[in-house]
Design a protein around this ligand. Sequence first.
Ligand SMILES: Nc1ncnc2c1ncn2[C@@H]1O[C@H](COP(=O)(O)OP(=O)(O)O)[C@@H](O)[C@H]1O
Ligand SMILES: [Mg+2]
Length: 277
Amino acid sequence: MKVVSFVNMKGGVGKTTLAVNIADFLTKRNFKKVLLIDVDPQFNATQCLLNGDDYVRYLEMKGTTVIDIFDYGKTSTSVVAGISERKTLPYDKISPYSTSRGFDLIPSRLDLFRFEMAPGQGTENRLKNYLNHLRKQDEYDICIIDCPPTPSVWMTSALLASDYYLIPSKPDPISMTGLDLLEGIIKERKDNYGCDCKCAGLVLTIVEKKTIVYNKAVEYFSKSLRWKDHLYAPVVSKRTDIAKGQLSGKFIFDIDDSELKKDFSDIVLQFLRRVEE
Ligand SMILES: Nc1ncnc2c1ncn2[C@@H]1O[C@H](COP(=O)(O)OP(=O)(O)O)[C@@H](O)[C@H]1O
Ligand SMILES: [Mg+2]
């Protein structure tokens, strides 16, 4: 099982859209067994896969969420009055949700915000440990982690657990300046936490091909020693159908647009080549 985090320090660059649609294509076109983990407290990937009512029902039935991985909410009071100890949920009790798209999901929760972990407790290793447990079960080929746009413990946990990180970016100057910041943060995590994930490339998203900013961005990345080998040639074009479909369970796979789907399936093939080598 290869684990890939989708990261960018900017929000709104298409991370979640790329993550859920790559998971979907990998399942439907490439017949891969895929697990998607949503570690963003804004839970947008979860919303793409579970509608509001189903999500509330899922939580009421105590379905697994990322909080179970990170070990929170499982406190118990010991026989010694007043002392409460945290109980770790056994890994085999953490069972992903089977989505209607054919891949599995570990949903996020808004209240993940309240559980920002204190560094140094080792909790940031728990996602990695859980994924090592899943590796032994040999159930999944690829695990995709959708990260929040903040250098949070959730992002650190994801990077620590990952073999690769993939960067979705909009091709505009402001989004592009954020890439250096991202690289700095990844380097810091490598130095301080010993994570050794490699770059699985840079995918341009929400692209309007005929614009000057897009052409300038491609020129910049193609010449940049840092980025030219990482840049995917196919891009995700801007399409209102993608945004509109997101809350009604419609994916790129379902949109009647052959150019969009051809580009997307080329992105997925490149992705596989990079992470399966
Ligand atoms: N290719 C696209 N074309 C049109 N809208 C898009 C596209 N990709 C993403 N969006 C929209 O842009 C917004 C941000 O995308 P999202 O994937 O949530 O970004 P992030 O996860 O980086 O915050 C969402 O409203 C989404 O529907
Ligand atoms: Mg997102």
